[in-house]
Ligand binder design. Structure first.
Ligand code: T4K
Length: 373
């Protein structure tokens, strides 16, 4: 039994004394939002840290996603994954776009590129893949299909902050990528998000869209939204950059400790998300609880909760099973066997830069006991 609750994650917080001088700058300037100096500084710093050309900060990842589809004037149908956080598909529905779900690959949890072409119709205008748990999608295959059928690609990269493939940021793929800086993410600004794009013209349009469509005091060019990140959130982000690398290393240590402790348990699979060519961010530690485990996934989930440990079943239920999606033809479970099986066996164990070796030992001891060991 853990004395303190251990949640699926714990946010990184910058030292308060480092925040005070930035708050003083805000108080002095009285510039609280609408693209102030800290907002500009964070955009510049993130571009060089992530290795991307242009970034537009947002007040959260969901509004960034909504805006991305507006920015590219996507309509009709968009091919996406049911195995994600609801925001992925909600962004489509809010834009009046019909999601078309395709199954995932069992080794990556990402959209299976081999299932995309059969889902394309004359109404398809884009693909919305998710780099689930920070594991890169097969960007080459997806881009090839997009090029062949003249489709846009918008990556939901909410989990993929800092992830690289062959030394290059995966945010450089597709037309746009969306990040989330929510409290539960590896890089947080309390609430926040961003769109990464590859040219200045697109960035300008996105910045215009996130500020109601204002060009100047009297000219509103388009039906925009309020998606702006405030100066306080930007200040938090600037400070988080300083400790980010160190925090990822701490997560890596926890990841390795879990892997060491849990290997070889019957019915428990540790997916190999970390590939040689990728720089991982260790945002989640998913395990799969199969039918031949001693108890069911939900019994294990409840056992852990009884011990004051709070893992999460990300992503159960599938988005396609939710009331607002389940009548879509592509939501039929026959179309999504791997996603369905995965949703029923997934468990994300607690991981953060504050997870201690003792926490891991406690959690893995309960799992071993639950496995009848
Ligand atoms: N696309 C994908 C693929 C996403 O995963 C997400 C968000 C988005 C898009 C949308 O981005 P945002 O609009 O959120 O920027 C959480 C997060 O709220 C959500 O951001 C995230 N994905 C999703 C995977 O997880 P919940 O409902 O599980 O959050 P909650 O509040 O239950 O938090 C989980 C645990 O974290 C808590 O038990 C304790 C800890 N926690 C949480 C908060 C909010 C803290 O310690 N402090 C905190 O302030 O959705």
């Amino acid at each position: 039994m853990s004395k303190k609750p251990i949640y699926v994650t714990e946010p990184d917080l910058p030292p308060l004394d480092e925040l005070i001088p930035l708050l003083e700058r805000i108080w002095e300037s009285k510039r609280l939002t609408n693209g102030g100096p800290l907002h500009q500084e964070l955009e510049d710093k993130l571009c060089s840290m992530l290795g991307v050309k242009y970034i537009s900060l947002f007040n959260n990842g969901t509004i960034a996603l909504l805006t991305a589809f507006k920015a590219l004037k996507v309509q009709g149908e968009v091919i996406t994954t049911p195995y994600s956080f609801v925001a992925t598909s909600h962004a489509l529905l809010w834009n009046g776009i019909k999601p078309v779900f395709v199954d995932i690959k069992k080794d990556t949890f990402n959209m299976d590129p081999n299932r995309i072409e059969e889902a394309i119709t004359s109404n398809t205008s884009a693909i919305l893949p998710v780099h689930c748990y920070g594991t890169p999608c097969n960007t080459e295959k997806i881009q090839k299909i997009a090029d062949d059928y003249n489709l846009k690609v918008i990556y939901d990269a909410a989990h993929a902050f800092g992830v690289k493939k062959d030394g290059v940021s995966i945010l450089n793929h597709g037309d746009l990528s969306i990040l989330s800086f929510h409290a539960t993410k590896v890089f947080n600004t309390f609430e926040g998000g961003a769109i990464v794009c590859h040219d200045m013209k697109t960035k300008k349009y996105i910045d215009n869209l996130k500020n109601f469509g204002f060009i100047n005091e009297t000219t509103i060019s388009t039906c925009g939204i309020n998606g702006k990140m405030s100066e306080i959130n930007s200040a938090i982000g600037i400070l988080q950059i300083k400790t980010h690398k160190e925090n990822i290393q701490k997560r890596k240590k926890t990841h390795n400790e879990y892997t060491q402790q849990l290997k070889g348990i019957k019915g428990l699979e540790i997916p190999e998300l970390e590939k040689e060519e990728t720089t991982h961010n260790y945002c989640y530690f998913p395990i799969l609880i199969k039918n031949d485990f001693h108890i069911t996934r939900d019994q294990l989930y409840n056992n852990l909760i009884e011990h004051n440990i709070f893992p999460r079943r990300y992503f159960y239920p599938l988005i396609s099973q939710l009331q607002m999606y389940k009548e879509l033809p592509s939501s039929h479970l026959k179309n999504l066997p791997i996603a369905n099986k995965t949703a029923n066996s997934i468990l994300c164990l607690p991981i953060s830069s504050n997870t201690s070796s003792e926490d891991v030992e406690l959690i893995t001891d309960i799992i071993k006991e639950s496995a009848g060991l």
